[in-house]
Design a protein around this ligand. Structure first.
Ligand SMILES: CCCCCCCCCCCCCC(=O)SCCNC(=O)CCNC(=O)[C@H](O)C(C)(C)COP(=O)(O)OP(=O)(O)OC[C@H]1O[C@@H](n2cnc3c(N)ncnc32)[C@H](O)[C@@H]1OP(=O)(O)O
Length: 226
């Protein structure tokens, strides 16, 4: 299942994708605002009960038609992929902050982003697992952008100082590579400098290696998710 999804080829045109994005992007932003309001609203309990009924009605409306399982990644022939369900960058995922990651073919990736109330761990600070989630994605992007895509084999984080909720930056780069293995490094930068540093090992998985060896990959291998 994972393999089939990973190599699912996109048939929609650029115009069709842009038209869909123009609708679902703002829709997801609205749900994201709802998640934030769920945490921070101070309206009275009757108002919350009334809002719940409206939300349940909307959910019923949306689930009349839906895909089985997750969104997957819809790859294009240029090797990029539409990962709209992704937990970090997904255009259709209100859980995603979301990050818009810029990449360079040299194997660098970066993103400026904001983490609000839904990502809190210690009071006023970002949850350590969320930091790990973001670094995993940004390091994975760096590896893929450098032409060395892979699944995360290991990820080590050093939390140097607390990361405050608010405006942040993530940066990653390829440190070294050997065959199917790529080591990437990266960091999160807050208002007072780097807060967390990461090193990850990304491995081109066996199923992808076998597929490439059998010559079954049409076009370039998937590099990273867009
Ligand atoms: C095209 C591919 C996908 C592209 C995705 C784009 C992502 C974009 C961004 C995504 C961002 C988000 C990213 C995510 O969230 S990815 C989600 C989190 N990660 C996973 O779920 C990975 C789960 N594990 C696996 O899929 C496999 O175990 C992998 C792929 C890791 C290796 O399975 P494979 O069957 O290929 O391995 P092999 O047995 O042939 O061994 C090969 C070599 O590797 C060495 N080894 C094996 N495992 C580990 C390990 N854990 N640490 C260190 N080394 C390890 C092994 O000793 C051997 O070395 P050597 O003896 O030859 O020296």
């Amino acid at each position: 299942m994972a393999e089939a999804r990973a190599f699912h080829t996109e048939t929609a045109t650029d115009e069709e994708i842009a038209a869909e994005a123009a609708v679902v992007g703002p829709f997801t932003d609205a749900v994201r605002a709802l998640v934030d309001a769920t945490i921070r609203s101070t309206v009275d309990l009757d108002e919350i009960r009334a809002a719940q009924a409206e939300i349940e009605a909307i959910t019923e409306r949306l689930t009349k038609e839906q895909i089985p399982g997750g969104y997957g990644v819809r790859y294009r022939t240029d090797g990029t992929g539409r990962a709209w369900g992704n937990a970090v960058i997904g255009l259709r995922n209100p859980i995603a902050p979301p990050l818009t990651i810029s990449t360079e073919p040299s194997g660098r990736a970066s993103a400026d982003f904001r983490l609000g109330a839904p990502y809190e761990g210690p009071p006023g600070l970002v949850h350590g697992g969320v930091i790990s989630l973001i670094l995993d994605q940004v390091l994975g992007h760096a590896a893929g952008a450098g032409g060395r895509p892979g699944m995360t084999g290991t990820l080590t984080i050093r939390y140097r100082q607390a990361t405050p909720l608010g405006e942040l930056r993530a940066e990653a780069w390829i440190d070294r590579a050997e065959g199917i293995k790529t080591w990437a490094k990266g960091r999160i930068i807050g208002p007072d400098g780097p807060t967390a540093e990461a090193e990850g090992l990304f491995i081109l998985p066996r199923w992808a290696r076998e597929r490439i060896a059998r010559g079954e990959s049409k076009g370039p291998s998937p590099k990273y998710f867009e």
